[in-house]
Design a protein around this ligand. Sequence first.
Ligand SMILES: Nc1ncnc2c1ncn2[C@@H]1O[C@H](COP(=O)(O)OP(=O)(O)OP(=O)(O)O)[C@@H](O)[C@H]1O
Length: 659
Amino acid sequence: MTSDYKTQKGQEFDRGAFESLLKRKVFLWQSFEPYGAVKGLFDYGPPLETLEAEVINIWRDHFIRSEKMMALKCSMLTPYEVLKTSGHVDKFADYMCKDPKTGEILRSDHLIKEVIESRLSSDKEARGEKVEVVDDPKKKKKASKVAKTAVKLEDAKRTEYEHMLATLDDCTGDDMGALIKKHDIRNPGSGNEVEPPVAVNLMFQTQIGATGKEPAFLRPETAQGQFLSFPKLLEYSDGQLPFASASIGYSFRNELSPRSGLLRVREFLMAEVEHFVDPESGKRHPKFHLVKDVKLPLLSRKTQNDGGSQTTTITIGEAVETKLVDNETLGYFLVRIMLFMQKIGIDMTKLRFRQHMQNEMAHYAADCWDCELQSSYGWIECVGCADRSAYDLSVHMKATGVPLMVREPLKEPYRVEEWTAGLDKKRSGPKFKKDAGKVQSALDALTQDMREKLSISMEKEGKVSVDVPDVEGGKVELEKDLVSFQKESRMETMREYIPNVIEPSFGIGRILYSLMEHVYWTREGDAARSVMSFKPTVAPVKVLVVPLQKDARFASLLSQLEQRLDDDALSFRVDQSGVSIGKRYSRNDELGIPFGITVDYQSLEDNSFTLRDRDSTKQVRASLDQILEAVGKMCRGKETWAEVSKKLPAFEGKEERDE
Ligand SMILES: Nc1ncnc2c1ncn2[C@@H]1O[C@H](COP(=O)(O)OP(=O)(O)OP(=O)(O)O)[C@@H](O)[C@H]1O
């Protein structure tokens, strides 16, 4: 059995071997291992911690610096009221099904997907087709309980199942309940029926202070802090829109069934952008013309609705023009996301943009696209890019009364005529006493039409009746001496509006995991020799320093070399162990170190060194100055090995024979 997922060299991807490399080279492990480890929490070891820092540096440069965004650091602890207003308290939930006999909790959409995929793969097997291997041993065990022998499906059933998978993201909780019932979907682990889906909130609740009077949550996204900072951002940008804020920080989600390693965890680093734009500008982007000819692989909502999963590669200009992508700003960010992925070394054949299904999008969202990366776990959302309209600023403004909006002078002031409705305070106070405020509020809430109608009634009848909620009888009678309706004329010089927000939201852990799978491969004919082909710009360690042999005569040259690398701020690792030079290169290829500098006997004579390229294993020989200049340029992304190897003389050394 083979898997559809291949390494960048077209080889079978062996997840077991890949995971064992990550473990051996201490990229990551489950947190609190000595206490039995906690699901959904991971610690990063030196290579992954540094890889993350390098990727974040590129993210900061690509977005914050290059797009002139305003970087923010907002609190992670968030008061209850903020997340109540944003809708997270009521709606930030996943559906889960309980196995009543084992007590196991299963995420409803994952359960349906797993069972239906296993039925489809059993059908494929029964029809003698190539079947995707289930790499996860736990899944394998579960799957075997579902279908011990291959079962062939009717054509109509197969089509129904395929459509179900393509449209699963569009399902509500009730829809999933109906599917589970209709297709007799059971817990694959036990074979038991499961209870209907129930929504479970994903936020970690806590409290601020000891009194318990200030309930709070660990934030599930960085966005809310950025929205509430809007007045400060507006001030900093001198009241000029569009502008964007950006925040890199941790978020927390109490995932129901964390699995797939770093792809679904309970604490993760996010990098989020909130781009604020005037809705009347048509959400145009000032730099769209620079990217309009860039082609993107797009999987539209329509294709998914039709049960398909094929992408169409078109220019973003065409996608926006045909309204496939709602607006220029959203389109601009899709391109920037793709270019970022390319910069850090994501395999472009394993990247696509998938449009959200109608039910998958928040009700207020105008359009939403996920940047998905393919890994051995399938296509996984790594960046969500949503047009959130004016929703967040509007709800927070309503809840707090703080004006989260823009007031700007009108280019062409105009005259407005407005009806006012005012109570005579001296007379109304004694008459309505504590209800006087409520009466004025009811008058304030009247539309212009209503005010005009009431003024006509007042003229005719000398009194009017006004609905006032919360007073006895729900109405009050107002005579001429108590209220006056007047038509006033004034010049309107200011425009007020609530900006719309386009939000690209990156999950850094998912990107790092996908990147590690994308750069992993094994040397031809020797599966034991794995390589992590990190681009020099992101590689956690840039240079491997290897003396040809253990020989005291190399000591002074080595320390000179180390000092120079240090001066150039190039991270390095020295491998002086007794094993052959080939083995030393090989085990450091697993760490993804892009370049190796060897100190040999010729170095002692003429101060020249060899420089080895990890991916091709080719070498050049040159002076230390030339080598350091080349390495520095390659690590800054300013030169490639192909260019360097043309400039510097090749070296066919004895070292390679040892590999
Ligand atoms: N549990 C998680 N573990 C790791 N990364 C996550 C997790 N949840 C979300 N992310 C990351 O944060 C980004 C933005 O979050 P968003 O709320 O759009 O995700 P989501 O739609 O809830 O993801 P999913 O549907 O996979 O749970 C995602 O694109 C993803 O990269």
